[in-house]
Design a protein around this ligand. Structure first.
Ligand code: SAH
Ligand code: SF4
Ligand code: F3S
Length: 456
């Protein structure tokens, strides 16, 4: 029996893809290993978004080279595969830099993984980074019921892939290709299978998930708002989320879904990147700071308690002190419940990498520290404001200590509670009694939450 270990870097799309690769290989008799040391086949599912992420792959490959060499002396074989966005971006260059690699496979070819592995056995260093005409989702086998449940009560479901936005800093349109939406019927079938196996929460994902425009049962293109409305009817599913969305695609149907669907959790990750209009234009984001504020106003009107989250880049080429202050003002105006922030990292082949006015490293570091301090404070304030409230918690797993359970609030906060008689998958009202930087503590509440935040 052969064993496979998939190590994923980067975004949720890679987490989802890792499961699909494991499913494709399970159909050929592979079982999942917990570590690379325990596996005959090691797949690095890589991320190319920033230089640091991409470079990690090569240090990992150095380690695998030693492992493979040592095993070879014992007559044992190891196959090493590089998948994901570095595979797509660098292709054959990876094999030249790291000859330990047997196969380089781009994200659009995962359904062909078993045959590509056979190909690579005969010709080590094989590269497949094509964008095939057929839909990989049609050819990826469905996982068994027990396997779905073992992966947890909260699952990702890809509904859209690729991006046509071409922000000037970003590699995704090149690594994931043009925007493609899956048809509603296929998404529903997958959601029903997940719910049937015990999944309670689905996060629909896409590089640009709210640009979703898949074919509906009526033959027309459906929006993400329409899709969410239909998904909310799937028996057993109590919670819906989506990520990552773009401000340009926050349409009426999606904002209305936040008002009308109790199952749609009050949480929105809506990357803004920067607060200065000049920088937003140079990034090709195609909206201004004020347009972003107006979108947030509309979303808050639809769902007043919504928790907001965002991504930020500091030190984009040409960013002046005044530009950066505009980002700080936007943060102060909105009050984010959580956020990710990064120093601008020039990526090969993207327009911003060639722009004048690259910002020196120490300036980026200082701006990032200031921004993160402000964002941290807002996150603490948001968590502190939850203390004393009663909120629904989806129990996801046993906690760190005996008798503890860990779950999520509607606002995606991690919650720990000590109680008996509950099982993973339950959704229960919890009174929040304390807050640490990264999680909340609660106890089972006698009554229902004051605002029912989920349709459990
Ligand atoms: N589709 C999403 C973002 C995907 S990438 C969107 O439209 O916002 C995730 C985040 O990585 C981005 O939001 C951005 O903040 C960051 N990022 C992307 N390219 C980057 C780069 N070259 N340098 C630094 N951060 C980057
Ligand atoms: Fe990248 Fe922009 Fe597309 Fe997001 S919208 S994936 S940041 S190009
Ligand atoms: Fe990284 Fe590719 Fe996701 S570059 S962020 S793994 S789409």
């Amino acid at each position: 029996m052969k064993k496979v270990f998939v190590k994923s870097y980067g975004c949720q799309m890679n987490v989802y893809d890792a499961e699909r690769m494991a499913d494709a290989l399970a159909a050929k008799g592979y079982v999942e290993a917990r570590t690379a040391e325990d596996a005959d086949l090691v797949i690095l599912n890589t991320c190319h978004i920033r230089e640091k992420a991409a470079e990690k792959v090569y240090s990992e490959l150095g380690r695998l080279r030693e492992m493979k060499k040592e095993r070879a002396t014992e007559g044992r074989q190891t196959q090493v595969v590089v998948a994901g966005c570095v595979a797509q971006a660098e292709g054959g260059e990876i094999v030249r830099r790291a000859p330990v690699v047997d196969l380089v496979v781009g994200p659009q070819s995962y359904h062909r993984l078993p045959e590509l592995l056979a190909e690579a056995s005969a010709r080590p260093g094989f590269v497949d980074t094509e964008f095939p005409a057929e839909d990989k989702f049609d050819h990826l086998p469905a996982p068994a019921r027990e396997k779905i449940r073992a992966r947890g009560v909260s699952a990702f479901l890809t509904v859209q892939e690729g991006c046509d936005k071409f922000c000037t800093f970003c590699v995704v349109p090149y690594t994931r290709g043009a925007e493609v939406s899956r048809p509603v019927a296929k998404i529903l079938a997958e959601a029903e299978r997940l719910a049937g196996a015990g999944v309670r929460e689905i996060t629909v994902i896409g590089q640009n998930v709210n640009a979703y425009h898949g074919e509906g049962p009526d033959g027309r293109d459906w929006t993400l708002g329409m899709l969410l409305e239909r998904l909310a009817e799937v028996p057993g599913l109590a919670r819906l989320r989506y990520t990552t969305s773009h401000p340009r695609d926050m349409d009426e149907t999606l904002i209305a879904a936040h008002r009308d669907l109790p199952a749609l959790m009050p949480y929105l990750h809506l990357p803004v990147q920067a607060g200065s209009d000049a920088i937003l234009a140079a990034m090709n984001r195609r909206h201004t700071g004020d347009e972003y504020r107006r979108i947030i106003d509309a979303v808050r009107k639809a769902r007043p308690d919504i928790a907001l989250s965002s991504d930020f880049i500091v030190g984009f080429p040409g960013e002046s002190d005044a530009d950066f202050e505009a980002t700080m003002r936007l943060v102060a105006d909105i009050g984010f419940a959580s956020a990710y922030s990064f120093k601008y990292s020039p990526r090969p082949g993207t327009p911003a990498a060639e722009m004048e006015g690259q910002v020196p490293e120490p300036v980026k570091a200082e701006r990032l520290a200031r921004l993160q301090a402000a964002l941290d404070e807002d996150r603490r304030a948001f968590n502190a404001a939850t203390v004393g409230r009663t909120v629904d918690v989806l129990i996801e797993r046993p906690g760190r200590h005996a008798g503890q359970l860990a779950g999520k609030s509607p606002y995606l906060q991690a919650v720990q509670l000590e109680t008996e008689g509950l099982t993973v998958g339950d959704i229960v009202p919890v009174e929040i009694v304390g807050a640490a930087p990264n999680s909340l503590f609660g106890r089972l509440a006698a009554g229902p939450p004051e605002e029912r935040a989920s349709a459990a």
